[in-house]
Design a protein around this ligand. Structure first.
Ligand SMILES: Nc1ncnc2c1ncn2[C@@H]1O[C@H](COP(=O)(O)OP(=O)(O)OP(=O)(O)O)[C@@H](O)[C@H]1O
Ligand SMILES: [Mg+2]
Length: 373
C-alpha cells in the first residue's frame, strides 16, 4: 500500500505532526489557569493556531471552558458579534435544545436559534439586534455570566485579532477593552495575530484601547535541535531513511521555519527512494521553486526598481550593518536613503521583517528564489 506523506503544511497540525513547543505550551497553560491575558504574535505560518489548539485541548481536559474565535473572515462589525456568539455556542456541550436554553440564560438581547447550514447540518445561530454596543456588551459579558454560573475557568482565544482594526471606528476595540478589564482572574483572553506591525501597534501604543492588556508572547521559530529529530522521525514512520546530516540540511534550508520545514520535507519525501541524499534535497527545492515561480514573479513585478534591489540585497546580506556598508551600497547601486525607504515599504508589504539588527525575508523559498535570479 502507498504510504502517506508524513509532512503536512498549510493547515493546523497536531499529534505526531506537531513538533515540540513544550515551553510555550506550559507557559500558556499556566496563564490560562491563572486568568492571565496574553498577546501572541509572529510572522505568518509560524504555528500560532496549531499551538493554541494544542493548548486548548489540554486545558479542556483540565475542565477549563475554551472558546476559540477565528476572526479571519470577518468583514463588518456585526460579523464580530455573530462569530463570537457562535464560538460560545460551540463551546457548550449537550443537546442542541440544552445549548439553546443555556445560551438564553447567558445572553440578554441576542436570541439563539437553530439553523440548517448549507451542508445540511444543524447549527446554532443568533438573531442580531440593531445597537452594536448592546450586542458587544451582551456577547462579551455572557462569558462572565457563564463562568459564574458554572464556576468554571474560561479561556477565550481571538485568532487573527488584528482584523478588528479594519473597521472605520474603534468602538469594538473600546467596548471590548472595557468589558475585558472587568473579567478578573476567572477568564483568560488570548489575542493572536500574524500581521505583526498591526498587532504590535494595537497592544503597545498607549493611545490604543488594548494598551498593556496582557503579557506579550512573540512566537519564534523552532530550534534546529528540535526540528532535526522531528524530521528524522517523520521519514522513519513512512519507511524512509535519513541521516542526521541530511535532516539538518532540510531544517537549515528551511531556516527553522516550521511551515517551510514541512513543505520542503514533503517535497523531498515525494522524490526520495529508500534513503534521502543531498541530490534529492536539492532537486526537491528546485522543483518547489519552479512551482512557486508565477507567485514570485508577480511579487517581483509589483516592486519598484529600488525595492527589487533592496530585496535582493537583503536575501544576500541579511545584517543591517552589511546592508548599509559603503561596499554593498555601491555594489547594488543604491543610496542609503533609498534603502531605508524601500525597507519601510517591504515591511508594510509583509515581505520582510526585522529582528536583532537583521532583516529576514518572510517567505523562505522566496529567499532561495532571489538568490537564483
Ligand atoms: N509545532 C509545529 N510542528 C510542526 N509543524 C508546524 C508546527 N507549527 C506549525 N507547523 C507548520 O506550519 C504550518 C502553519 O501552521 P499554523 O497554521 O498553525 O500557523 P499560524 O502561525 O497560525 O499561520 P497563519 O499566520 O497563516 O495563521 C502548519 O501547516 C505546519 O506545516
Ligand atoms: Mg493561524
Amino acid at each position: 500500500m502507498q504510504k502517506q506523506n508524513p509532512f503536512i503544511y498549510g493547515q493546523e497540525v497536531s499529534g505526531d505532526i506537531f513538533c515540540n513547543r513544550a515551553k510555550e505550551i506550559k507557559e500558556l497553560l499556566s496563564d490560562i489557569r491563572s486568568g492571565q491575558n496574553v498577546i501572541m504574535y509572529s510572522p505568518r505560518r509560524y504555528g500560532k493556531t496549531s499551538l493554541i489548539k494544542e493548548v486548548l485541548r489540554r486545558a479542556e481536559r483540565e475542565g477549563i471552558a475554551c472558546i476559540y474565535v477565528d476572526l479571519y473572515p470577518i468583514l463588518k462589525e456585526e460579523d464580530f458579534v455573530y462569530t463570537y456568539a457562535t464560538a460560545i455556542s460551540r463551546s457548550l456541550s449537550g443537546t442542541v435544545e440544552k445549548i439553546i436554553s443555556n445560551l438564553k440564560g447567558i445572553f440578554k438581547s441576542l436570541r439563539p436559534k437553530i439553523i440548517i447550514n448549507p451542508q445540511g447540518e444543524t447549527e446554532i445561530s443568533v438573531d442580531l439586534v440593531k445597537d452594536m454596543d448592546v450586542m458587544i456588551e451582551d456577547v462579551a459579558g455572557s462569558v462572565k455570566k457563564y463562568s459564574e454560573k458554572y464556576r468554571k475557568q474560561v479561556a477565550i482565544v481571538f485568532d487573527e485579532f488584528q482584523q478588528i482594526g479594519i473597521f472605520s471606528t474603534d468602538r469594538i476595540e473600546k467596548k471590548l477593552r472595557s468589558i475585558v478589564q472587568t473579567h478578573g482572574r476567572k477568564i483568560s483572553y488570548i489575542f493572536m495575530g500574524s500581521k505583526k506591525h498591526l498587532i504590535y501597534d494595537m497592544f503597545s501604543n498607549p493611545s490604543r484601547p488594548f494598551y498593556k492588556i496582557g503579557r506579550h508572547l512573540p512566537l519564534g521559530k523552532i530550534p534546529a535541535e528540535e526540528l532535526t529529530p522531528f524530521v528524522i522521525e517523520r521519514f522513519k514512520t513512512s519507511g524512509l531513511k535519513i541521516s542526521k546530516e541530511m535532516a539538518g540540511k532540510i531544517v537549515d534550508m528551511a531556516e527553522c521555519h516550521p511551515y517551510y520545514v514541512q513543505h520542503l520535507g514533503s517535497s523531498v519525501w515525494k522524490l526520495a527512494k529508500e534513503e534521502v541524499n543531498e541530490q534529492t534535497i536539492e532537486k526537491a527545492l528546485t522543483l518547489t521553486l519552479a512551482e512557486e515561480k508565477s507567485a514570485y514573479t508577480n511579487i517581483w513585478d509589483e516592486l519598484s526598481l529600488n525595492q527589487r534591489k533592496t530585496l535582493k540585497m537583503i536575501a544576500e546580506l541579511k545584517q543591517e550593518k552589511k546592508i548599509y556598508s559603503v561596499d554593498s551600497l555601491q555594489k547594488f547601486n543604491l543610496a542609503a536613503t533609498a534603502v531605508q525607504k524601500s525597507i519601510k515599504s517591504l515591511i508594510m508589504k509583509e515581505l520582510i521583517d526585522k529582528s536583532n539588527g537583521s532583516y529576514e525575508i518572510n517567505d523562505v523559498f522566496l529567499n532561495h528564489w532571489l538568490m537564483r535570479i
